[in-house]
Structures are given as C-alpha cells and as structure tokens.
Ligand binder design. Structure first.
Ligand code: ADP
Length: 440
C-alpha cells in the first residue's frame, strides 16, 4: 500500500478511536480525581493533536530519509548514464520527437561530425541528412518505434559536406519532460564500401564466366551448324550426282525417291536458315510483332497437317480441340512458328512407335495449347536453361538441331503476354504448354 494512503487510514483509525473512546478512557484513568478529569476533558483535543503530530513527524521523518536515499542513488545513476553518454566512443545524441531539434549531443559526435556542440544544438536532425533521405527519415519517425531498435543503414552529412553510411540504434525516452529519442550512430562507411567492391568483383567474375560460357556455346553452335549444313548438302549433292549419272537407268520410283530426299534436305536447310535469321534479326532490331484476329483452331489444324504429312508412319499424332470460341488477336507468323516448333520437336525427339498429343483448350480468360510426347525427355539439369538461344540438352546431341527454336518460341509467346512452360522426365517424355491470354 502507498505511504500516503497508509498514513491517512492510520490517522482516520486513531481519530475515530479517540472520538469514540476518549471520554470513557479519560474517565477510567482519572475517576479518582474529579478536577483532574475535568482538566483532561478540557485539553483532550490538544492531547490528540500533540500525540498525532508526534506520530506524523516520526513517520514522515522515516519516509523522507528513505526517499532522500533513493534520490541520491538515482542521481548517482543519472550521473553514470550521463558519463556513459558523454564519453561513449560512438556518436550519440538526443533529439526532440516533435521539433526534431537536437537536445543533447556527446563528445564523439562533435568530434566525428565536425559540428560544434553549439552548432548541433541549433540544428534539427534533418540538417545532417542528404535531402533524398529526409522523406524516409520522417516516415520512419512517424512509424513510431516504441523500444530500442536498430533502424538500418542511413546516410549522414558531416560538416565538411562528405557523406557517411551509419547504422542507427534508437530508443524513445523522456528528456526533461519532452518526448525524445536517444540515437547511437555507428559509422559503417568502410564496411559498406568493401561490401560494394566485393559485390562488384563478384558481378565481374560472373559476367566473365557468362562470357566464357557464351563463347563456348557459340563455338559449339558454329561447329554444330556447319555440321548440320554439311550433312544435308552432302546428301543433296550425292542425290543430284546419282540422278545425273544414272537418270536414264533409274526406274521412276527410284528417281522420285531421290527427288524426295533432295526436297526433304532442302526444307531442313531452310528451317535452319529461318531459325538463325529470325534469331539474328530479333537480336539486332528486336522481334517483329503484328497482330490481327486469327482463328487458333484453323492454325492448329494447319500446323498439324503439315507435320503429319512429313512424319514417320510409326508415330501417332492426335489433335484434340476442346473449344468453341477460338478467335484471338495474335501475330499469326509468330504463333505458327512457336506451336510448329513444339510439335516438330515432339516428333523429332520421340522414340519409335510413340504417341504425340496435341491439344487446344479454351478457358474463360486464356487459351491453352499442349504438346505432349513419349520421347527421350529432358535431363533435369537442362530444364532451367532450355529456353536459352543455342542451348541443347546432352541427350539430344545425336539428333539434328540448332538450339534456337525454343528460344524463339518463348519470345513469340511472351510477346503475346503469354507463357511457355515445360515439364519433362528423361526417358519418359515431355509436355510443353503455351498459355495465351484471350484479351490482348
Ligand atoms: P533444337 O531442337 O533445334 O535443338 P530447340 O530450341 O527447339 O532446338 O530445342 C532446344 C533443346 O531442347 C533441344 O536441343 C532438346 O535438347 C530439347 N528439347 C526440346 N523439345 C524437346 C522434346 N519434345 N523432347 C526432348 N527434348 C526436347
């Protein structure tokens, strides 16, 4: 119970006892002498006041002595804290939470920041910040951190105008009756600079690594392209030489077979040249993108027919269209390329006697085109890099290709605001999905 309440209750009890029982007590005490009794009854009020004044004096004396002791130790603690504040090796200051004016500042801050103590006390904390940091600072103050808290890295301006990076720890306190914030600032400029240098070095290292990798990919691309060009050209020139030399002796069926070979190899060469030119053009001037209303159903049918006409008979390709409204705004050339590439890849990377499923589904806000095969599949480590230009998975090296088709297809789909995804397991097959938004 607090002292003042204890005193009041004590006083009340004594007073009540005195009022109620004083007469009978005095009567018992002085009954032997009537004149004594009259005297005591006349001065009983004075007696009460004297007694209670003595008790009050003794109680208050004890209480004040106790408080003096507490104040003494508090002021000793305050002196200790003040000493710690003034002689702290880190810059410290206290600022007014409402006016943002510096209220006190320690010796290290004066030494470190170059402003005199007087100068500090005439400034606001916004005066030691670069202008661009002030809005963040005001926002941070108004967010009202309640307790001791590190508030991250800030920029401070010294008197000589140079900027330093500091880590700040702040704490709310009551400073001579004003709401204030105690701040400890730790200069971390060197650390931040070293970290930035380290990051720069790492980035440089990464860029060099990437460049090396790119050089390797390009050189393997050149050797694979020259190989890819040489093979059909050799096949074509052999077929022409045979036709030239033995044309008369060949039956029509044999001649037809050689012409078909020439046609097939020429279209393979054309395909490769188109891929390479598309990639080079889009790298040099950006991709071409012209939209019009097209019927996706018709487009898928056409691509399906084209692929089917030149396909091995042991493969089964099925087209399934589950849509009513299939018209969308798109670049037909780009979509034809992207879908055609997925379908021709599914055929190219399929094993004998496999299945290929080609489906078009319509959802309320998008079209979904899926191409699924039971082919060689894609190794897990190749999946993240599959859409990089010239990238080819290890297990596809024996099958002809340039590694450009998927990169172009992805770019084409993304130009439409869509996505091209892949899901694959080595030896089991792959599924490529094009997601095209309906509203363009
Ligand atoms: P290309 O087929 O000419 O190499 P793409 O860019 O079309 O170029 O494909 C890149 C790589 O992705 C291929 O080399 C192959 O490793 C892998 N790939 C693409 N489609 C399939 C698929 N359906 N099955 C297995 N691997 C595939």
């Amino acid at each position: 119970m607090v002292t003042e309440l204890r005193l009041s209750i004590g006083y009340f009890i004594i007073a009540v006892i005195w009022i109620v029982f004083s007469d009978s007590i005095l009567h018992d005490l002085f009954s032997f002498n009537t004149s004594f009794l009259i005297l005591a009854q006349t001065y009983k009020g004075l007696l009460f006041v004297s007694l209670t004044a003595i008790i009050l004096y003794l109680t208050l004396r004890r209480e004040f002595a106790k408080r003096r002791q507490i104040y003494k130790s508090l002021s000793e603690r305050e002196d200790d804290f003040r000493y710690l504040f003034m002689h702290n090796p880190l810059p410290m200051w206290v600022y007014d939470l409402e006016t943002l004016a510096f209220l006190d500042v320690n010796a290290t801050a004066v030494e470190h920041y170059g402003y005199s103590r007087q100068e500090f006390l005439s400034m606001r904390i916004t005066d030691i910040r670069p202008e661009e940091e002030v809005p963040r600072l005001l926002e941070d103050i108004s967010s009202g951190r309640p307790v001791l808290q590190a508030s991250g890295v800030w920029k401070h301006r010294l008197k000589n105008k140079s900027i330093i990076d500091v880590e700040i720890t702040s704490h709310r306190l009551d400073f001579t009756g004003r709401k204030a914030i105690l701040v400890v600032a730790h200069n971390v400029t060197k650390r931040i600079r070293m970290e930035a240098e380290l990051r720069e070095k790492e980035q440089l290292h990464l860029a060099l690594e990437k460049e090396n990798e790119l050089r390797q990919i390009r050189s393997s691309f050149i050797s694979s392209v020259s190989h890819e060009f040489r093979t059909p050209l050799t096949v074509i020139s052999t077929a022409i030489a045979l036709l030239e030399r033995y044309y008369e002796r060949m039956n029509p069926e044999k001649r037809h077979e050689h012409f078909r070979t020439i046609e097939r190899e020429i279209s393979r060469l054309l395909e490769m040249v188109t891929d390479i030119l598309t990639m080079m053009r889009s790298e040099a001037v950006g991709p071409e993108y012209n939209t019009e209303m097209i019927d996706l159903h018709m487009l898928c049918r056409e691509i399906y027919k084209e692929i089917k006409s030149g396909m091995r008979p042991d493969l089964k390709v099925s087209l399934n269209i589950d849509c009513s409204e299939t018209r969308i705004r798109a670049d037909e050339k780009l979509l034809r390329y992207a879908i055609g590439n997925l379908l021709s890849n599914a055929v190219k990377y399929s094993r004998d006697a496999g299945n290929v499923w080609f489906t078009l589904e319509c959802e309320s806000d998008r079209m979904v085109i899926r191409v699924k095969d039971e082919g060689i599949g894609i190794p897990e480590e190749s999946l993240p890099r599959l859409f990089e230009p010239f990238y080819r998975a290890k297990n596809a090296k024996d099958i002809s290709g340039t590694g450009l088709g998927l990169a172009i297809a992805k770019q084409a789909v993304e130009l439409h605001g869509g996505m091209l995804n892949v899901d694959s397991t080595v030896g089991q097959g792959s599924e490529f999905t094009i997601l095209l938004p309906r509203t363009l």
